[in-house]
Every structure is written in C-alpha cells, then in structure tokens.
Design a protein around this ligand. Structure first.
Ligand SMILES: [Zn+2]
Length: 499
C-alpha cells in the first residue's frame, strides 16, 4: 500500500483470544504427542486463526485453500451483491469436524460441502462450517457458500473496510484484511491460492479483477431487467487474500501483450486525464528495470486501474491489477506498486509483524527506479525525502518510538515503517556494498518466490550473501525504538520533507 494520509488503524489483536487459541491447540495435540504408538485421532474443529501473533483470528487452521471461484452478480449503483456463490477448493491438513472461514459479508443463503448441505454458525468475523460428515486429513473438499446483500463496512477503518461503493462504481481492496467483507476466505498471506473471478454487472458497467480476462458474456435485457455483462478473470498465480480485488465501474479495458511475455492491462475510467494516463506509460519500463534487479516478473499480468476518489485515498498493490485512487497516480507511487509485485506479492510476509519487508522495500524501490530512470541525483533526492519523512514521523504520535521490525498491530502502516524501512536498506547497501546488496535483492526475490518469509529469513540471507555478522546492524535498525532524539542523532542534517 502507498500511504498518503493516516486515518484509523486496524484493531483486531486480542491477547486474550490469542491465549485461548494456544490453550486450544495444546489440548488438541497433547494426546497424540504423549502416545508412543499412533492412534486415530477424533476429527476436531480447525483453528479459527492461522497463528499470526498480531491478528490471531486472521486466517484459519486445519486446511489449505487451493482455488476460489467467486461468482458475483452486482448492483453497481446500489453498491450491493444481488447474488453470489463462492466455491472454495481446499485440502484438509487434519481430520476436521468443522472448519472456519474469515467472513464479515452479507447474509448467507446456503452452504454445501462436496454437494451435501452443511450447517454453519457466525461469530464476529468467523464463519464456522459443520459438514454433514467429517473430512479426513489429506482429503480434498469443495465448499460452496451462497450469499447476497450489501456488505456492512466500517467507514472509519480504511485498511480493513474492504468494500467501497460510490454510486457509480464498486471496488474491493483492503490490507491487512478486507476480502472477508465480500467472500469467505482463509484470510492470511500464509494461505495463498488461485482465483477465478466472475463478475456480472448491468450495462454500461464493466469489471476488472486479478489475472487475465478470459471471456465477456452479454445478456440482452428484458422488461424490468437491464442488459448485463459478465466478465471472467482467471488468476493462476498464487495470491494472498489482501491482494485480491475487483473494480466494477464505467471502464475502458485495454489489453496488450508485452514483448517480455507479460500481459499489460489498463482498466481506466473513461474520464481519466491525459496526465494520469501518461504516468502509466512508464509501467513496462518499470517492469524491465525491476526485472533486471529482482529477476523475471513473477505474474502473468501487469494491470492498473484507477478508482473514483474516496477516503481510501491510497493505492494498493493488488496482484497483477494494481488499484489507485486518482490522488495516488504519481510516478513514485506507480514504481512503488510495481516493485511490490516482487516484494510483498510474490515474496509475502509470513507474519504481519514483517510488514517492513513489503513497505521498506517498496519505498526503497522508488529510489531504485529514480536511479535507473533519472540518475544518481534523483535517487539521492528520493533518499533525502525518506530521511525527512522519517524525522517528521518520529515526532508524530503515529510513529513515535516505533520499532521498524515490530511496530505493533495498530501501527503497521505508520510512516516510520515505510521511510525507516527504506533507510534500513539504504544503510545495508552502504554496509555490505553494492555488489552484495544487489545479489541479496535478487536472491531474496528468487529463493522465496511465490512464498512467505520472515525478517529472520532476510537477516540470515543477508549474512549468507555478505559473509558478515549483521545481528547488531539489524538489532539497532529494526528492534530499537526510533524516538525523535535517536532519529536526530542518526541524521543530524535531516532531509527534505516529503511533498
Ligand atoms: Zn506499499
């Protein structure tokens, strides 16, 4: 995400819930561990969280989601879902008596598991599905959830709101969570999956989503029913749930095959200004620059779409189809979101605590793009802006005393994580030298491609590549709180404030 303003921050962490989960996990596994001979365990409920220390209820345990087919019929002007079916193919990782999805969405009409009617309960953001028969560890199973209505959103929480309806458009974006407002999901980056997204909208609207547009089917309206367009988008690349999106609006969707094998897509509103369109003209060159630094572009598509302005007021690096508010259409932001496709989307955080691996890298990539496109002075100016921003942020409540490697769930997207994270990498480059630094970047994007990694993984790789002991370097940068005094000591000349 490219942050512009700081509004409210996520507030899902509940230490009590975390403790209860640990107790529950202990009671489930204790029996088998104490026994010398394996015994058949009774099917048990999958855990309601995947184990993220910051957000204990994000994601779910007991299964691995493989593919989602999301079929939504939308009333764009009402901002609602007329009818939806989410089909989730998964494989059980334990004997399951029940399992959970993260789901804050509208009314559920029916659920089946492998075609048989299932029962369910809802508690906050947790949907518990009880299949007619238990599911054996290792078995594949398919859940279908049918639902309809208008997602209820928290207007004050732009990070987890997830669903944005403007009267002329609907778009879905949210980080660290938000997908669970419009479909049932194992909502944590640890469980990536592929997607088929089928969106039906009335004329004259169109719909963009992750992946390749594989078909558009039209129906002719009848009395009382408008003509509709059904867009099918196939995303065959493993995708974290916070990177899943769609945008239904009055769009022009243009697709072009790049000479690099990537499909470039523009899904722009009809009235997008020439100035804004020109900003996106650099995208293929950005992909080329980052491919040189980080290895081949990881996904089938590089799409960009522009939303109507809302309080979202940001851009999000949604995979293969990046979404921008109009206020976020700026060259450094576009470079930032393009770089995220390698750094965050392909290599994703294993825990939300590791968010600096996304945002520090993407912010530093703005300087790498400036260096490649405009030369050393532009790159130095980009770094000075980070110093200025880090200093300003450290004096503000939102970032005061933040540890970049452990900011806490309420300050995940604080400016100190972004600007400070970029400065960690700039200092690391000085410390280990250009040759090792760029080998490290490329190896990072390659070794953890399509997977997840932690800060410890990054430190270990930096030490492996450089041959240096970097524990003290990272302890200082990542785990020592950045008070204004510490920032002023480290950067006595300051920088230039962010524009
Ligand atoms: Zn970002």
């Amino acid at each position: 995400m490219f942050r512009i303003l700081t509004l409210c921050l996520p507030r899902r962490c509940a230490a009590l819930v975390c403790a209860l989960l640990l107790l529950a996990a202990g009671s489930v596994t204790g029996l088998a561990q104490d026994s010398a001979t394996p015994i058949a365990s009774a099917p048990s409920p999958g855990a309601p969280g995947i184990g993220d220390p910051y957000f204990p209820l994000l994601g779910n345990g007991g299964y691995d989601a493989l593919h989602y087919t999301l079929d939504l019929d939308l009333d764009v002007e009402a901002g609602s879902i007329l009818d939806a079916t989410a089909t989730i193919d998964a494989v059980a990782t334990q004997d399951l008596s029940s399992f959970n999805f993260d789901y804050r969405g509208p009314l559920i009409d029916a659920i089946t598991v492998d075609g048989a009617p299932a029962t369910w309960t809802r508690d906050g953001g947790e949907l518990t599905v009880i299949p007619a028969a238990p599911i054996a560890n290792g078995d594949r199973f398919q859940t279908q959830v049918r639902y309809h209505g208008t997602p209820e959103v928290d207007d004050d929480d732009r990070f987890e709101r997830g669903w944005w309806a403007t009267g002329h458009s609907i778009f879905a974006v949210g980080e660290p969570a938000g997908s669970d407002v419009w479909y049932p999901v194992n909502g944590h980056p640890l469980d990536k999956a592929t997607y088929t997204t089928i969106i039906t909208v009335p004329e004259p609207y169109e719909a963009a989503a992750n992946g390749l547009l594989t078909s558009v089917a039209k129906t002719t309206g009848t009395a009382g029913n408008p003509s509709t367009n059904t867009y099918t988008w196939e995303n065959r690349d493993p995708t974290a749930s916070y990177l899943v999106m769609f945008h239904a609006a009055d769009l022009d969707i243009a697709t072009e095959e790049g000479t690099d094998g990537v499909t470039y897509i523009e899904a722009f509103p009809h009235d997008l200004s020439q100035r804004d369109k020109r900003v996106f003209a650099d995208v293929p060159e950005m992909v080329s620059v980052f491919a040189d630094l980080l290895g081949p572009y990881p996904f089938a598509t590089m799409g960009n779409t522009v939303f109507e302005d809302t309080t979202f007021n940001a851009a999000l690096e949604t995979q293969g189809m990046i979404g921008y508010d109009r206020s976020a259409v700026r060259e450094p932001t576009v470079a930032h979101e393009v770089a995220h496709q390698w750094l965050g989307n392909s290599v994703s955080p294993a825990r939300w605590q590791d968010i600096w691996l996304n945002e520090g890298f993407a912010r530093y990539s703005e300087a790498l793009w400036a260096e490649a496109a405009h030369g050393d002075e532009a790159a130095e100016a980009a770094i000075r802006r980070q110093v200025g921003s880090f200093a300003t942020a450290s004096r503000a409540d939102e970032s005061h005393g933040v540890s970049i490697g452990d900011p806490g769930p309420d300050r995940l997207f604080s400016e100190a994580v972004y600007a400070g994270g970029a400065l960690v990498l700039d200092d690391l480059r000085d410390h280990i030298g250009d040759e090792d630094f760029f080998r490290l970047l490329k190896e990072w994007a390659s070794r953890f491609r399509y997977g997840n990694a932690t800060t410890d993984d990054f430190i270990a790789l930096a030490e492996e590549v450089s041959g240096q002991d970097l524990d003290a370097f990272f302890a200082d940068w990542l785990y020592t709180p950045w008070t204004p005094e510490r920032v002023a000591d480290r950067f006595p000349l300051g920088g230039t404030p962010m524009p």
